[in-house]
Design a protein around this ligand. Structure first.
Ligand code: ZN
Length: 89
């Protein structure tokens, strides 16, 4: 997520910046895509997939750090395969 230049709504001056999830009324930004309560179940499933399929210990970090920076603890990065899965989610 860190290096993406996603076409989120807050990047367009004068346009509607509301999250494209119809139930959400927050401003859509790249960070919001991580924090949106309606998208969080998807990210949780991705982290669970990485944890289970790749047999990784991802400690209880805020999932923002895992998804944005590819970290599995406060001082360690996930292995490349896990970062690749997250990058393509
Ligand atoms: Zn939202």
């Amino acid at each position: 997520m860190l290096h993406r230049a996603l076409n989120v709504r807050n990047r367009h001056p004068g346009a509607d910046h509301t999250c494209r999830n119809a139930r959400c009324q927050q401003i859509e930004s790249q960070l919001h895509l991580i924090r949106c309560v309606y998208i969080t179940p998807f990210w949780t499933a991705i982290i669970d997939f990485v944890r289970i399929v790749l047999s990784l210990d991802i400690r209880h970090l805020p999932h923002e750090r895992t998804l944005i920076f590819g970290m599995r603890s406060s001082d360690d990065f996930l292995p490349p395969a896990a970062r690749a899965v997250i990058r393509h989610a």
